[in-house]
Write a protein that binds this ligand. Structure first.
Ligand SMILES: Nc1ncnc2c1ncn2[C@@H]1O[C@H](COP(=O)(O)OP(=O)(O)OP(=O)(O)O)[C@@H](O)[C@H]1O
Ligand SMILES: [Mg+2]
Length: 265
């Protein structure tokens, strides 16, 4: 299996009025095609910065970002993104919000074909019949489902999720996790998920990467071998509980609350 995403020895600093702010320090990350990489790390360590580098919205000071065998040197059409705040446009219906990326990246696609593609995704995430609604008429969980549809509508190779479930209540969040597994079963994309929720990382990820405190480097990588889609009960198995404890310990190291000598790649 080849790696669809490769981050090689990436170092980056923001230029601020107080001088350079080092954010990433020799970061390494590899995600195989159709893989799902969950990234966890202390607040402010550089996770969102990493997503911007993968999307080609920014370029690192040192090191390289590769997508599908090409070095990233411009913004990528083949990337879909979803964030904690779904940012849907209120003056458009849900349908017209979801088809928006197609209007931009596939202007020659017929309106009918665009709507068909959006309808199929709406059905997949359990929002059949909601295309005519406005964003404000949907619950937070429904808006996040619509946002996932929008990020996937143009069949991106790479899906970047920056804490998309962070603002949802625990039960809605678990429903959305299961929807993510369904989307993975039906569609083809390689995912980088930023999350603060260790259970989410273990339930969704094929690998969980723990970043160190800022400037972030890859502190720890855990493979999650359980086949997908996964039953939610998987989280209560002894093996998962042990993984969660290990990840929690790694986060404490990243936060400087536990001694670093136990950190291992
Ligand atoms: N455009 C920018 N200019 C200067 N500093 C920035 C910029 N964007 C982010 N930073 C700083 O870089 C650091 C990393 O930011 P980033 O948003 O990548 O962190 P994060 O890991 O996503 O945090 P969180 O978990 O809180 O979302 C922070 O200290 C932030 O203040
Ligand atoms: Mg962030």
């Amino acid at each position: 299996m080849t790696n669809l995403i490769e981050i090689r020895n990436v170092t980056h600093a923001y230029r601020t009025e107080e001088g350079p702010l080092p954010v990433l320090d020799g970061l390494e990350l590899a995600v195989p095609e159709n893989g799902f990489c969950a990234v966890v790390g202390p607040s402010g360590c550089g996770k969102s910065t990493l997503t911007r580098l993968i999307a080609g919205l920014m370029f690192p000071d040192q090191g390289e970002v590769w997508l599908h065998g090409e070095r990233v040197s411009s913004p990528r059409k083949t990337v879909g993104m979803a964030f904690q705040n779904p940012v849907l446009l209120e003056w458009r219906t849900i349908m017209d919000n979801i088809t928006l990326p197609l209007e931009i990246v596939a202007p020659r696609m017929s309106r009918h074909a665009r709507r068909e593609r959006a309808e199929a995704l709406l059905a997949l995430v359990g929002l059949e019949g909601f295309g005519d609604k406005r964003p404000s008429e949907l619950s937070g969980g429904m808006r996040q489902r619509a946002s996932l549809c929008r990020s996937l509508v143009h069949k991106p190779e790479v899906l970047i999720l920056d804490e998309p479930f962070g603002a949802l209540d625990a039960f809605t969040r678990e429903d959305l996790w299961q929807t993510m597994h369904q989307l993975r079963a039906e569609e083809s994309f390689t995912t980088v998920l930023i999350t603060h929720d260790l259970r989410e990382s273990v339930y969704l990820g094929d690998q969980v990467v723990v970043l160190s405190g800022r400037p972030a480097r890859t502190q720890y990588v855990m493979q999650i071998e359980d086949p997908v889609p996964r039953p939610i009960d998987m989280l209560y198995s002894a093996a998962s509980v042990e993984k969660l404890a290990t990840l929690r310990h790694q986060i404490q190291i990243a936060q400087g609350r536990a001694p670093a000598e136990e950190a291992a790649q």
